[in-house]
Design a protein around this ligand. Structure first.
Ligand code: DGL
Length: 267
């Protein structure tokens, strides 16, 4: 592998652009290929088998594009398909998910703490965080709660006050009262992290995976001497189904004007 090869990032849609944006801030010279599977959005409600099939096909596309590293930016895909994608990709590229970096941080900095966890039905029902925390022998007490409608509400309304109503319903769940910190285990939630912090009167720490994941990718590239020092940072943003609303929302998640292109992977 060589440093000028692109980093491939994939998500169920455009929410993963929050992770892509954090990565671009950390590694401005990297060439990036983003693939949002908008044709199958949302992954949060899909079966594990479907998400696995979609993820393998997308990984195949990113390998064809000669990506040196594949970042599974979607929490639902990371929880359903990471092991399978890793096995499929083997030594053709590095594979990073959005869950392991957060679990490592929890072990390092939050031992003995009570941690809330919010995400899609797929991510929460997979119990992946609990399994990984146990594998690392970390003494973290996890309080998971499914907040399934949040992602689509954020796509519909953006970072708007109407989201506070939904947060009130979800975050008032008994599971999420006595927590020291809350993990935002969904691509969309960084957009509303201030609202979540405000709900807790800023007394509960809000853990946003995007910069933690970007840091992990940087370290993985450094370790393998694959940081693109001389690059100009070419970026392509593909979606499997193109609509004007995806194009409009892309800016919300990336925090910058970007151009989405249709890539008919499923046609
Ligand atoms: N990208 C998904 C995640 O992080 C949220 C949207 C969806 O359900 O597809 O879990």
């Amino acid at each position: 592998m060589i440093a000028s090869q692109p980093i491939g990032i994939f998500d169920s849609g455009i929410g993963g652009l929050t992770i892509a944006h954090a990565l671009v801030k950390e590694l401005a010279k990297e060439n990036i290929i983003y693939f949002g599977d908008t044709a199958h959005l949302p992954y949060g409600d899909k079966s594990t088998a479907s998400i696995q099939a979609y993820s393998i096909k997308i990984a195949q596309l990113l390998l064809e594009q000669e990506c040196k590293l594949i970042l599974m930016a979607c929490h639902s895909a990371s929880s359903a398909a990471y092991e399978l994608v890793k096995e499929y990709v083997a030594n053709q590229a590095m594979v990073v998910n959005v869950i392991d970096p957060v679990v490592s941080l929890l072990k390092k900095k939050y031992q003995g703490k009570q941690i809330g966890l919010i995400g899609t039905r797929q991510t929460i029902n997979s119990n992946i965080f609990k399994k990984k925390i146990e594998e690392l022998n970390a003494s973290i007490t996890l309080f998971p709660h499914i907040t399934n409608l949040l992602a689509s509400a954020i796509e519909e309304f953006g970072n708007h006050a109407v989201i506070d109503q939904l947060l009130k319903i979800y975050l008032s769940h008994p599971n999420l009262q006595q927590i020291d910190a809350i993990v935002l285990a969904c691509t969309h939630y960084p957009i509303i992290k201030e609202r979540i912090s405000y709900y807790y009167n800023h007394s509960t720490e809000v853990i946003d995976p995007s910069s933690i994941v970007a840091e992990t990718v940087k370290r993985a590239l450094e370790k393998n001497n694959l940081i693109n020092i001389d690059g100009v940072g070419n970026k392509r943003f593909y979606v499997s189904d193109y609509t004007d609303s995806f194009a409009k929302n892309a800016t919300l998640f990336f925090d910058d004007e970007i151009k989405l292109e249709h890539y008919p992977l499923w046609d």
